[in-house]
Design a protein around this ligand. Sequence first.
Ligand code: CAA
Length: 258
Amino acid sequence: MSFVTYEPQGAVAYLIINRPEALNALNSQVLADLDAALDAIDLDAVRCLIVRGAGEKSFVAGADIAQMKGLTKAEGESFGKQGNDVMRKLETLPIPTIAAVGGYALGGGCELAMSCDFRICSDTAVFGQPETGLGITPGFGGTQRLARLVGPGMAKQMVYTARNIKADEALRIGLVNAVYPLAELYTAAEKLASQIAANAPIAVRAAKKAINEGLDLPMDEAVVVEEKAFGSCFGTADQQEGMGAFLEKRKHEPFTNK
Ligand code: CAA
C-alpha cells in the first residue's frame, strides 16, 4: 500500500500524504511513494495539483525522526538528497501546485509546503523548522527556500530558534497566502485550483516556469526568460480564442491546452 494517495477530480487533483498514525511524517518509503506519484500525474488532464496531508491534525510533521536517529553522516546526506530530489521534482512540476496545510507543517512538512507554488492553511496550522532542536539542520530545502520566501532575517530566526509559528504569524511573514477555518480549507483550495484550471494551461505553465527561473537570475536575464515565455503563447489556439473573445465582447470558450 502506498503512503501517497493520488485523487484526480477532473482538471484538479489531490496528492495526499497518507500516514496519519505518524502525523504523515516522511520516511524513505513515503518519499519514494511521493516521487512515484508525481511521475504518474497525467499532465495533459490535470491543470492544478493540491497537496495535503491525511487526517485533521497534520499536513506533515517532518522527516521521520525514528528513521533518522541512527543514520551515519553519509546516510544522512543521502536521505537529504532523496528528500531534496522529490521536493525539486514537485517544485518544477509543469502544472501549478497549492499546499493546503491543515495542521502541522514542521521540518520536512514546512519544506514540502514550500516546494509548492503557494500555500494556504487552516487556522489550526503550525509551521516551523525545529531541526536545530534535534541536532540537525533543515534537510529538505529549508535552509534555502525559507530565506527566499520570508527573507533571510526571519528564516534565520526561525531556524536558529527552532520556534514554531501559528497560522496568523505565517500569514504576516508571507509564508502563506490565506488562512481559513479548517472546515473550509479544502473547499477554498479547490476553488483556487478551479480558478487556475479555467485559465489557459499553456500560459499558466509558461508563467510558472518564467517566475521560477527568473527568481535566480539578474533582472536583465530574467526579462529575457519572460520574453521567451510570452512569445511561446502566441499562435496557440487558446491565445486566439482568449483574445478573440475579448475583442468580440463574448465569454471565451473553455481553454483546450492547445
Ligand atoms: N517523525 C516520526 N514520528 C513522528 C514525527 C516525526 N517527525 N512526528 C510525529 N510522529 C509520531 C509520534 O512519534 C507519534 O507516534 P506514536 O503514536 O507511535 O508515539 C505520533 O506521530 C503522534 O505524535 P505525538 O504523540 O507526538 O502527537 P502530539 O499531538 O503530542 O504532538 C507534534 C504533535 C507537536 C507535531 C509532535 O509530534 C512533534 O513535535 N513531532 C516532531 C516534529 C518535528 O520535530 N519535525 C521535524 C523533524 S526533522 C526534519 O524534518 C528534518 C528535515 O528537514 C529533513
